[in-house]
Design a protein. Sequence first.
Length: 92
Amino acid sequence: MSDATTEPAPVEREAGEAAEGAHEPAAPAPLGVARELTGHDPVDAHLARLVEVDDLPADGHLEVYEDVHRGLRAELTSLDAHPVPRPNENRS
């Protein structure tokens, strides 16, 4: 018995020849997810950007998702901000 394992020799291919069984990435396709309006225009504007990923390959989704996430976080954070009193508003 031999402890050495035998590996198949690498197959030489012509330039541009694909490996057998290799698949090309699928083309971008819409996910078909229905988007409902929230009634809050800034939030709806951020969510509308998600439609862009339908035309992007998967490696382009992250940038859009992160940008939408940042925008939504900013909208939520702005809800915690105290409104600035108007010039003639008496708060006493």
